[in-house]
Design a protein around this ligand. Structure first.
Ligand SMILES: C[S@@+](CC[C@H](N)C(=O)[O-])C[C@H]1O[C@@H](n2cnc3c(N)ncnc32)[C@H](O)[C@@H]1O
Length: 257
């Protein structure tokens, strides 16, 4: 029986925990997940330096972790302890739980090492109440002329219940969607569906490169945000629902003046 560990690295180097390093150092094979999220300063070379002892590193894209999990199970079946190291938390806004289930079914031990996720970091820095977030959703790049309406519908459902929505932005190969692109997509969906889900005068919150030295978190109107320069990616957005008076007071500190 081998061990499969899902290790969250946190969103930047300063958040990598001792527990993460210890778990990686005890693995024979470390699979660095470089597709579910990006960090400003964590990469495979950084991990090589932090991990104790010589370990085999594999850089994994979507095909290895989602379509070809058999390769991972084969390593476990051969007696190797495997860690999958993801930016942020390995189980927040990913589908990696399927790997744990598969490994467990094969009789292997599974471990989860939580990491500081962009999800909780953003909620904390936004000053909004964690009790008032609804379902989160990813805005994906249009495919030919097709724009996936899911984010529009999720924002609508959350807003109907007064809840805030976190929008993750698509990562495709080397391209990361900017907040500007995401908002243009949502405004196009508004034009198409006309359900008054998003208007140019709404206040939204954008986080850029959270956890990095040049992080930004700004509350501003949609019409300003569409052309605002938030700096390099990754970016993330909150579409607020109804603001409690304390939330409305607190976000003034991050409001663009
Ligand atoms: C699918 S989510 C995965 C989240 C990750 N598992 C975690 O727990 O942090 C990845 C998306 O979150 C956002 N994101 C991740 N890290 C970020 C950061 N440091 N600053 C701003 N947005 C970030 C981006 O929109 C990115 O495309």
């Amino acid at each position: 029986m081998s061990i499969l560990s899902l290790v969250g690295l946190g969103i930047s180097k300063k958040f990598i925990t001792d527990s993460a390093i210890e778990t990686l150092s005890n693995s024979d094979i470390i699979i660095f997940d470089r597709y579910t999220s990006r960090s400003c300063d964590i990469n495979v070379d950084v991990l090589r330096r932090l991990v104790k002892g010589e370990r085999e590193f594999i850089e994994a894209d979507r095909s290895l972790l989602e379509n070809n999990s058999k390769a991972i199970i084969d390593y476990l079946d051969k007696g190797y302890n495997v860690s999958i190291a993801s930016i942020g938390d390995a189980l927040i806004a990913t589908t990696h739980v399927s790997l744990l289930i598969e490994a467990k079914h094969r009789g292997h031990e599974v471990k989860v090492i939580p990491g500081i996720s962009v999800h909780c970091y953003l909620i904390s820095k936004s000053l909004l109440s964690s009790y008032k977030f609804g379902k989160s959703v990813t805005v994906t790049f249009p495919y030919n002329d097709f724009i996936d309406p899911t984010p529009y519908n999720v924002i609508k459902d959350n807003k109907e219940r007064g809840l805030h929505t976190i929008l993750y932005l698509d990562l495709k190969n080397e391209k990361a969607m900017t907040a500007n692109e995401a908002l243009q997509i949502l405004l196009r969906l508004e034009e198409r569906h006309k359900k008054s889900v998003l208007s140019k005068s709404d206040i939204i919150i954008v986080g850029a490169r959270l956890g990095c030295d040049d992080e930004r978190i700004i509350a501003l109107k949609v019409e300003e945000a569409t052309s605002f320069d938030f700096g390099n990616t990754p970016h993330i957005i909150i579409i607020p629902g109804n603001l409690h008076y304390m939330e409305a007071d607190a976000i003034k500190w991050i409001l663009r003046s």
